[in-house]
Write a protein that binds this ligand. Structure first.
Ligand code: ADP
Ligand code: MG
Length: 494
């Protein structure tokens, strides 16, 4: 018997990222998503005999950019190979890919974890390849259809080292990778539309300290037998598939059996993985260099030029936010995790020195994100625009409204898309800061509650809250709480 706690998961991810480009990797057909089936297919994509692939320079540039964004080595010499297999949506009978000499070599990305630490995950390689078409099985019961629109679109396969140790790390890795791709503009990262797809390789092994103390030798560098879970298509599913697989593999080993290397599927509805094919049935792809394509040579100048023009990446942006606005590393990480978050923040803060960055961040990642999540909305589609949230924050700052009232105004803005000013005016929510007015209100409350005042004075101090509550009720919450507290204290001390 062995204990689940003593085991760890070892995970390596293969991510397929569709390149943003107007035309395909080896043909001039359009890459537009969602067009009528088979309307974006050139003779090359349909694999007509005698057609020759012509490399699309834009796609190469996108791959180099991505390599630079992944802190990786760009290989000046790389080779396109044929990966041979039969599949109805692969008319060539092979996929043009890169095998032993990919365009991008080793790199890394840094991920931020919930406990505040960060970790580097190694990238083994990035190579270019063609996407396949799509088989459509659900139009007629006895027929399958083929749509070749996707056939030949450029993909980057980004392979990680087996450096990932938990579902959290895997999810953070994919999120970070996706955000880098979006910052650089090389892949839109849309997992629902399939432009980012992930294969999860996972094995388990006994944790380090355990093996050392029990056996007195280092068996640690050894990896267990892995399973590969194909095409997991959301961040949530990646987490669930890993957690399920960890448990499953542990149970297999714990009951005295061995893990067999196999490809598995993740069933989203059931939340479990199921075998697809085992290693024995695995393909022999018979890779060989594609005779139609010469090796790819990239010169130093081109790489340098790309490096110089690369947009600011999330890690750098994060550092800049921390230095410029003194916000926490945690807050900055959340902001930069999505380019749209930073843009929203920037719109509120730039040119507005009086706005307090920490406040602005709290409103965005606290209140705004909560409502967006609840309504399943992206920040790009937020009913509250950046300028309007900025105005609301100003009204709190200049004491037009209290922070508590501001939350109500905020909810109302989200529901009605009205400007804060209109809501405050229409509902009479302006804060009362006039001490004279507050004082007379307090007098009224104390007069109406003489018995409670006596109780308070004879030691029942928790009644203080009751008096504050009464004043607030009188003013529908618009009295400035600081002033109310101050005057009440004075009055009750007499
Ligand atoms: P293949 O091309 O057959 O899928 P690779 O050796 O290129 O195999 O590995 C693919 C992915 O699997 C990589 O991300 C790698 O880090 C990961 N990987 C390899 N061995 C293991 C293992 N024992 N446990 C977990 N992940 C692994
Ligand atoms: Mg693989």
């Amino acid at each position: 018997m062995t204990n689940l706690k003593d085991w760890e998961t070892v995970i390596g991810l293969e991510v397929h990222a569709q390149i943003i480009s107007k035309s395909k990797l080896f043909s001039s057909a359009s890459t537009n998503f969602g067009s009528e089936p088979n309307t974006q297919v050139s003779l090359v994509d349909a694999a007509m005999p005698g057609m020759l692939p012509v490399i699309n320079k834009d796609c190469i540039e996108q791959a180099i950019k991505t390599g630079v964004g992944l802190n990786a080595k760009i290989n000046k010499f790389s080779v396109f190979d044929r990966k041979n297999y039969f599949y109805p949506d692969l008319p060539q009978g092979y996929q043009i890919s890169q095998f032993s000499q990919p365009i991008v070599g080793e790199g890394y990305i840094e991920i931020d974890l919930k406990d505040g630490s960060s970790k580097k995950i190694g990238i083994t390689r990035l190579h270019l390849e063609q996407d396949a078409g799509k088989s459509v099985h659900d139009i007629e019961p006895s027929k399958s259809y083929i749509d070749l629109n996707r056939s030949g679109i450029a993909l980057m396969e980004i392979v990680s080292e087996p450096d990932i140790r938990s579902s959290e790390e895997a999810q953070e890795y994919v999120k970070k990778l996706r955000s880098i791709l979006r910052y650089i503009g090389t892949c839109d990262g849309n997992m629902e539309e399939g432009s980012l797809r992930c294969d999860v390789n996972i094995s388990i092994r006994k944790k380090k300290f355990q093996s050392r103390s029990l056996l007195g030798e280092n068996i640690l560098s050894e990896l267990g037998t892995r399973c590969e879970i194909k095409n997991v298509n959301s961040i949530k599913s990646i987490g669930q598939a890993i957690d399920y697989e960890f448990r499953r593999q542990f149970d297999v080993i714990n009951s005295g059996n061995e893990i067999i290397q196999e490809t598995r599927l993740f069933d989203e509805k059931k939340g479990e993985t199921r075998p697809m094919r085992s290693k024995e049935e695995a393909h022999d792809y018979r890779y060989f260099p594609d005779p139609d394509l010469p090796p790819l040579e990239i010169d130093e100048e081109w790489i340098d030029k790309i490096k110089k023009n690369l947009p600011e990446l999330p890690d750098i942006k994060k550092e800049n936010l921390i230095n410029q606005y003194k916000i926490s590393s945690y807050d900055a990480a959340i902001l930069v995790s999505d380019k749209s978050n930073v843009e929203f923040f920037d719109k509120i803060i730039t040119g507005n020195k009086k706005r307090n960055a920490k406040n602005v961040v709290n409103w965005i990642i606290g209140e705004l994100f909560a409502l967006l999540n609840k309504n399943n909305l992206d920040i790009k589609d937020s009913p509250i625009k950046a300028e309007e949230l900025g105005e609301l924050i100003d009204y709190i700052e200049d004491q037009t409204i209290s922070g508590k009232i501001a939350k109500n105004v905020f909810d109302e803005m989200f529901k009605t898309k009205k400007r804060p000013k209109d809501i405050i005016e229409k509902k009479g929510l302006k804060q009362i800061t006039d001490t004279g007015e507050i004082e007379s209100l307090i007098d009224k409350v104390l007069n109406n509650n003489k018995d409670k005042v006596d109780e308070y004075k004879s030691g029942k101090e928790k009644l203080f809250g009751f008096f504050v509550g009464q004043v607030m009720q009188e003013t529908k919450g618009t009295a400035n709480p600081g002033i109310v507290n101050e005057i009440l204290k004075k009055k009750l001390a007499n």
